[in-house]
Design a protein around this ligand. Structure first.
Ligand code: PEP
Ligand code: MN
Length: 298
């Protein structure tokens, strides 16, 4: 007897043939497929560090964080203009005004930007300002949104649903791919499993990194900020993710200069620019030793 909807890894070639490593075997799918966002390349030896505020709150705050992120050596800027909040009474983001601020911060620093889109009707406008569209955890199975993001032709950062299996996550990526868009980067951001909530916000599922690499040729990065929800855990989680083979990190950062107000969203998980700098240095060191090991084959 089989249970309807009970799918496993063996079903992946049928669920997502376009992104399945087991089905596709052309030259650019034998290794990781490189996804390019401006000058930034996901899927190569050097992991990509994306950093920025949880939300775009104001022009001053965003420019300040963007400059700090650039100075710390990150390669891309993040920031939410449309925020998915648990309470409708909480700050929802600045919307299109926020997109314009982010665009300006990206222009000034030279960092490509990634920002979340929640509504299929807003894919066009978000795509006008952003270099990469983020589909958040809560919308991983918003199929009309995935289709629109696929049609936009823009690179897509597809976060894992907080309770999604690997099959469901890759099935969601297939919706984007089916529209002819293979510019997809997957992002593990923690799942709701015991003991989430007790001492961390979610459970960081590092084991999914090698599993993703086994099943698909798409690059996969890790969001240690939402996975842990605790600022003091971010550096360790970032380093562990890199050592586990992550193609990058997306990290929430807030400036802690005197007189700077704490962020309106996710303040407990915001790291300061000095911590970000240490993480970037770790990424650099790991990249160097990996390249060396490759060159000398040890
Ligand atoms: C975010 O990155 O801003 C965010 C809301 O993340 P997630 O969708 O993973 O919760
Ligand atoms: Mn956040």
């Amino acid at each position: 007897m089989s249970i309807a909807g009970n799918v496993g890894l063996r079903d992946l070639p049928r669920i997502c043939p376009l992104i399945s490593r087991r089905v596709q075997s052309s030259a650019d799918t034998t290794e990781t497929r490189v996804v390019q966002v401006g000058p930034v390349r996901f899927g190569e030896t050097r992991p990509v560090v994306i950093a920025g505020p949880c939300a775009v709150e104001s022009r001053e705050q965003t420019l300040q964080v963007a400059r700090a992120v650039k100075a710390a050596g990150a390669e891309m800027l993040r920031g939410g203009a449309f925020k998915p909040r648990t309470s409708p009474h909480d700050f929802q983001g600045l919307g299109v005004e926020g997109l314009k601020i982010l665009w300006e911060a990206g222009r000034e620093t030279g960092l490509p930007i990634v920002t979340e889109v929640m509504d299929p009707r807003l894919v066009q406008i978000v795509g006008k300002y952003a270099d990469m569209l983020q589909i958040g955890s809560r919308n991983m199975q918003n199929y009309p949104l995935l289709v629109e993001a696929g049609r936009s032709g823009k690179p897509v950062l597809l976060k894992r649903g907080m309770a999604a299996s690997l099959c469901e996550w890759l099935g969601a990526a297939e919706y984007v791919a089916k529209e002819g868009n293979l510019e997809i980067v997957l992002c593990e951001r923690g799942i709701k499993a015991f003991p989430a909530g007790e001492y961390s916000r979610n459970v960081l599922d590092l084991n999914v990194i090698p599993a993703v690499k086994e099943e698909t040729f798409l690059p996969v990065i890790v969001d240690p900020s939402h996975a842990t929800g605790v600022a003091s855990m971010i550096e360790g989680a970032s380093c562990a993710a890199i050592q586990y083979g992550s193609h990058g990190l997306i990290i929430e950062v807030a400036c802690d200069d005197e007189g700077t107000a704490p962020p309106k969203c996710d303040a407990a998980q915001a790291i300061n620019p000095a911590t970000l700098k240490r993480i970037v240095r770790f990424v650099d060191a790991q990249t160097e030793s990996k390249a060396m090991r490759k060159a000398h084959a040890f």
